[in-house]
Design a protein around this ligand. Structure first.
Ligand code: TLP
Length: 352
């Protein structure tokens, strides 16, 4: 039998493990829109506690979690400050504009990481011409920034600035678990700097569905209303929440393996002339790299490694993304690294 493909396009591709499926099958359920699903209630309490927040709401996706947060913090005509390559602004189908009437002031980040000095002078004047600056959104770890962990001191400085200026703080922590494991800094320490925190369970943790938004009770009550408005009120969602509880019990510490595997693959990329890691160091489970035009396109590189059983994502004409995850073993990561080392130098050089 042919060996299965090693699929590194995203950490969202994982399939539920047998243990996770057993937990799902055994879940106690009720109607969650009526707040009567005991497993969802247990999950929400657990996540709120983990993040040191009063309340939490379980939602179908990270996109919904971020967008109900934006809506809970703002009114139409408000503005959020974020980095220019963040998920909330670039990869959620224009959610802030479409769903909340919110405009954005994107600041150029260093692989997604902003410094407090960039915020000085960014608040709009209080007059009838201007939108009202209301919210700061940060992302940790940073997807487009190559899985970068936000330095905690930078977040603390931005948060102190936001509080001095009466702005709300939201964290897109789709991969906050990766930041926790990479640094040893507890989730609640990161979360303390934000009013609301979104976390995902369908990325590195390997659950099939779901994210959660945590924060103060009143804001989460507003967010819960928006979850219903956006069509995200689920009924016997305990079967899904059971998978998440299983993932929190079993799949957090193992993220260190994904980080190790990413470094193994990154070392291969570093060795191949014509490929350039962006950023040069890999903090967690995401790798981005650029392809020199003389070598070909990102698709040429992806096609070449695919012939050796490895699937990577040619996300941009000259850049690829690779994610390590639960369904990629150490041995497979080594094979992927070998495939890159072997396949890419054999690409026919292109005249530029
Ligand atoms: N990211 C997906 C794609 O949408 C790009 C991926 O394959 O990485 N925040 C961050 C930082 C994310 O990376 C993602 C998903 C989300 C939010 C949205 O989560 P979902 O897909 O559950 O809506």
């Amino acid at each position: 039998m042919a060996e299965p493909l090693i699929d590194l396009r995203s950490d969202t591709l994982t399939k539920p493990t047998p243990g996770m499926r057993a937990a799902m099958a055994a879940a106690e359920v009720g109607d969650d829109v009526w707040h009567e699903d005991p497993t969802v209630n247990r999950l929400e309490e657990r996540v709120a506690k983990l993040l040191g927040k009063e309340a939490c709401v379980y939602v179908p996706s990270g996109t919904m979690s971020n967008q109900i947060a934006v809506r809970a913090h703002t009114q139409p005509g408000d503005e959020m400050i974020c980095d220019a390559s963040c998920h909330v602004l670039n990869y959620e189908a224009g959610g802030p504009a479409v769903l909340s009437g919110v405009t954005a002031k994107p600041l150029p980040g260093d692989y997604g990481i902003l410094d407090v000095t960039q915020f000085e002078g960014q608040i709009r004047p209080d007059n009838e011409h201007a939108v009202r600056t209301r919210l700061v959104c940060l992302e940790n770890t940073h997807n487009r920034g190559g899985g970068k962990v936000y330095p905690l001191e930078k977040i603390q400085a931005i948060s102190a600035w936001a509080r001095r200026n009466n702005l709300a703080m939201h964290l897109d922590g789709a991969r906050l678990w990766n930041a926790v494991v990479a640094t040893g800094i507890p989730a609640a320490t990161w979360a303390a700097e934000f009013d609301t925190v979104s976390v995902c369970f369908s990325k590195g943790l390997g659950a099939p569905v779901g994210s959660a938004l945590s924060g103060p009770r009143d804001l989460i009550a507003r967010a819960r209303r928006s979850r219903k408005l956006f069509g995200g009120g689920m009924r016997q969602a305990g079967v899904l929440a059971a998978a998440v509880i299983y993932a929190l019990d079993n799949h957090v510490e193992r993220l260190a393996e994904d980080h190790h595997n990413a470094r193994v693959i990154a070392a291969a990329i570093r060795d191949v002339p014509g490929l350039r890691l962006t950023p040069p160091e890999v903090d967690t489970n995401i790798i981005w790299f650029e392809v020199d035009r003389a070598l070909g396109t990102a698709k040429d590189v992806a096609d070449a490694v695919r012939q050796r059983g490895v699937v990577i994502y040619p996300a941009l004409p000259q850049a690829c993304r690779i994610c390590t995850h639960l369904d990629v073993s150490r041995e497979q990561a080594t094979k992927a690294a070998e495939a890159i080392r072997a396949a890419v130098p054999r690409l026919k050089p292109v005249k530029v």
